[in-house]
Design a binder for this molecule. Structure first.
Ligand code: PLP
Length: 367
């Protein structure tokens, strides 16, 4: 990477001096992992910030997905979306379950609730939707279907940090929700993640499961895993939490400018804000209609790349098109997901994207 390149994202980093002060505290305490003071503080502060009753920190955003399915004893088939990051489906596979893919609603990129019922069979035990780009799923409709058929709902909320609908956190929907705090996400702990649950008993069980299943020195409640967050990253997270609102507001300003600059470009479309939703502006996807725009998505993508502007074809390919998932159920009826995957480019979007660089991105698209 040279200084002339414009990256699709840039990590939110805490002030190095402040981080160093916290590291000194950790060094003095000699307590570096296993539910330390910073870990406990970050859980409390995140629960407060996110307006959720209980949260359990993890070492990344994939292991809480795996652990959620374990905790709910999910078996058989799990209904999910092909328009996501591979980790969503991987977590189903690692639990010995089969993914069943359902098409998306082109207005949001999220699983289309109206297509879920026809995918439910005798082996279905759960639905795993994703709040794609942080746009809230139709959680009410999904819950109605889940209740009707006695299914669990696990939300992959990796993109949905801080997203609220009518002042309520989207993370309280379903049985469990999971977050990713990977470096590329709105809020990061370098690597990291979390699970959100409704009650204390579930939190205790999840806390055990992420620590090999140990409940106490001599009791293992289930075959758990090791997915604990260490003190360094918890401290880093505490510092980032203080600046995440400012970062989201900077992203909001980027979104406003992109929309203004691109609204009259023929063949380019993008999402508007949804009424009553507090968005986190985690991504800025644009969709290219090759006929109207006069150039294919890939041609534009590579033209930008050649000019040092790194967008991301996110999500492309669809999860069901990776060879390892070929032949899974539902793969042959995904027209909306296919269309979106073939037309999307996520533009550079982060808290410190300069006006100059934004102009450069826009110029490449409008020229
Ligand atoms: C980032 C992401 C994950 C995985 O999170 P990691 O922290 O990278 O393990 C899972 N699902 C979605 C939708 C993601 O974007």
């Amino acid at each position: 990477m040279t200084n002339n390149t414009i990256t699709v994202t840039s990590p939110l980093l805490p002030d190095l001096e402040e981080f160093n002060e916290l590291l000194k505290e950790i060094w003095a305490s000699k307590w570096i992992t296993n539910n330390g003071e910073f870990h406990k503080r970050l859980e409390l502060e995140l629960a407060h910030y996110l307006k959720v009753p209980f949260i359990s920190l993890f070492t990344n955003g994939t292991l809480p997905l795996l652990t959620a399915l374990q905790a709910l004893k999910i078996t058989g088939e799990v209904i999910t979306t092909p328009y996501s990051f591979v980790a969503t489906t991987h977590s189903i596979w690692w639990n010995g379950c089969q993914p069943v893919f359902v098409d998306i609603d082109p207005r949001t990129g999220n699983i289309d609730p109206e297509k879920i019922e026809s995918a439910i069979g005798p082996k279905t035990t759960a639905i795993m939707p994703v709040h794609v780009y942080g746009k809230p799923c139709d959680t009410k409709r999904i819950q109605e279907i889940a209740d009707k058929y006695g299914l669990k709902v696990i939300y992959d909320a990796a993109h949905a940090f801080g997203v609220e609908v009518d002042g309520q956190s989207i993370l309280n929907a379903g049985d469990l929700s999971t977050l990713s705090f990977h470096a590329t996400k709105v809020f990061n702990t370098i690597e990291g993640g979390a699970m959100i649950m409704h009650d204390e008993a579930t939190k205790k069980r999840i806390d055990d499961l992420k620590n090999f299943g140990f409940h106490d020195e001599v009791t293992v409640v289930a075959p758990g895993i090791n997915s604990k967050m260490d003190e360094m990253r918890a401290a880093y997270g505490l510092l980032n939490l203080r600046q995440v609102d400012a970062a989201i507001e900077s992203r909001h300003q980027v979104a406003i400018k992109y929309r203004q600059a691109l609204k009259s470009v023929k063949g380019i479309s993008f999402f508007e804000d949804m009424p009553g939703v507090r968005h986190n502006y985690s991504y800025f996807p644009i969709f290219i209609d090759a006929l109207e725009y006069g150039m294919t998505r890939d041609d534009l993508y590579f033209k930008m790349k050649d000019a040092g502007v790194f967008g991301r074809r996110y999500f492309y390919p669809l999860i069901c098109d990776f060879s390892t998932y070929r032949g899974c159920k539902g793969t042959d009826r995904l027209p909306n997901a296919r269309k979106m995957a073939d037309s999307v480019i996520c533009l550079p979007m982060h808290h410190e994207l300069s006006a100059l660089n934004m102009d450069k991105v826009v110029e490449l698209i409008t020229r």
